[in-house]
Structure formats: C-alpha cells, structure tokens
Design a protein around this ligand. Structure first.
Ligand SMILES: [Zn+2]
Ligand SMILES: [Zn+2]
Length: 264
C-alpha cells in the first residue's frame, strides 16, 4: 500500500492511497484541473480512481469534487451529514444510495482485501470523519481536521503503519498573528484544528504503539511554516528520547504538489 499526499493545507486537500490494485482518493479540494494534474504527476490516471472518500464538507476538501466525479465516475463515499453539507456545492444533484453512506465505526470492504473504517471527528462540519484503510495486513490513516483527538480517534489510529496527521498551526503564530479573535478561537477550539504541539503529542503516543511513518499535513498558510511544524514535533519527540530516522520517519506534505509515495 502507498500513501501519497497530492496537496495538503487550508488551501486544498487530496490524498491518493494505492491499496493493492485499488486506487482511493481521500478528499477533492482545489479544482479538477489541479487534481487531475497531481494524479498524473504521481503516475495515476484519474480514470483509474475506484473510490472517492470525503472527510467533510468544508470547501478545501470538496471544491474539485463536482467536476471530477462527473469527468471520472467512481464510487463516492461520505457520511449522511457530509452529503447534506456538500450537496449545495454541486451544480446538479447526486444520487444518494445506501452503499455510499458511511457509518462511522463500521469497517467495510470496498474491494477484495481492502477495507475502510471511518471515525467521527469533533471538527465543526456536520458528519465530519477521518478514515483508516486496511490492505494486505497493513493500515494507514488520513487524520486531518480533527478538532481534538477523541478516544475513538485514538483507538482507530493505534497501531497504524503510516499516517498523514494534521499539524495545522503554531500556537505563537496563531496568538500573535493577524486573524480576528473569533477565528483564532475557532481554530484552537475543539471544533477546529490540531496545533503542532497537539500533533507532536499524538505522534509520541502513536510511536509508543508501533507507528513509524508520518507525514505532517493540513498546515495553515498564515499560522505555520513547514520548518516550524517539523522543528516542533522533532524537538518534542527528541525530548522523549525518540530519534528521527531511528524510531520514526517524518515528511511534510507540500501545499500545492505531491509529496512522497510513502510505502506503508
Ligand atoms: Zn475543515
Ligand atoms: Zn480542511
């Protein structure tokens, strides 16, 4: 299995997961042109996408979906709340059939040997979830827009082999930055995003439970930098005697272009 961030950040999100012969897209932000170009850049024909999973209806996760799914029909999976939230973004209605409605907490098979489990997140969009993919005895997870790490999220993430994990903002940059106070409160609140420090703590927990491969994602354009995110998590982990390259590997997902094809 391979975990391939196509682009990541408040400006737009999409992640490709190659699970055996099944190509899964998680989220479809930016626009269809950017999405198809990113797929071609990593050597995947958009026609070969088998399933699109949407985490939630915020625009940075769904803005390419309407055009993409018409041009390259594949199965679309989302929770009922997400369908409701994003239907107003579509120019034409999509058919809602039970096999594409996600029920958080239930693992289900999307292809022989490939299964997916969703977990609800406290992020401020109705029906918001993140997904864990299992194939060939390996698991990976895309864990962004989580608000805070609930016990359910923690349980599902425990023991995954690789994870794209949210490292949205640097606390100092958010507090001293130019955002309006109510937006600062929203971002740092339970329905917002994980800070670099929150991410570091979760990484420590995951490493203690066997996870080795990390990609930091969904970095804020205004309240974070790749260097800050990387430095914060590595310093925290090093203070807990965890060494990069020995105990774990970490990449930072690019904002506008594919990062690595991380072997899970
Ligand atoms: Zn969101
Ligand atoms: Zn987002």
């Amino acid at each position: 299995m391979e975990l391939v961030p196509l682009y990541s950040g408040s400006s737009g999100n999409a992640t490709l997961i190659r699970a055996g012969g099944t190509n899964i897209l998680i989220d479809a932000g930016r626009n269809c042109k950017c999405l198809t170009q990113a797929l071609f850049d990593v050597g995947t024909d958009p026609c070969d996408i088998d399933a699109v999973f949407i985490t939630h209806s915020h625009v940075d996760h769904v803005s390419a979906l309407d055009v993409f799914i018409r041009k390259y029909p594949s199965k679309l999976y989302a929770t009922e709340g997400t369908f409701r939230g994003m239907s107003r973004r579509f120019t034409k209605p999509h058919e809602l059939t039970p096999d594409i409605i996600i029920v958080p907490g239930e693992e289900f098979q999307i292809a022989p040997g490939v299964s997916v489990t969703a977990v609800s997140t406290p992020h401020d969009a109705s029906g918001s979830v993140c997904y864990r993919i299992r194939q060939g005895g390996r698991t990976c997870m895309v864990m962004t827009d989580v608000g805070y790490v609930t016990e359910d999220i923690k349980r599902l993430a425990t023991g995954v082999d690789a994870i794209l994990i949210e490292s949205n903002y640097d606390r100092r940059m958010l507090v001293y930055g130019g955002y309006p106070e109510d937006l600062k409160i929203r971002i740092a609140g339970d329905g917002g995003h994980l800070s670099n420090d929150d991410c570091a703590e979760m990484m420590k927990y995951l490493i203690d439970n066997g996870t080795r491969k990390f990609i930091l994602g969904h970095l804020s354009e205004n309240n974070n930098t790749p260097d800050k995110a990387e430095q914060t998590v590595c310093e925290y982990l090093s203070a807990h005697k965890l060494t990069r390259g020995v105990d774990y590997t970490v990449f930072i997902a690019n904002r506008y272009s594919p990062t690595v094809a991380l072997e899970v």
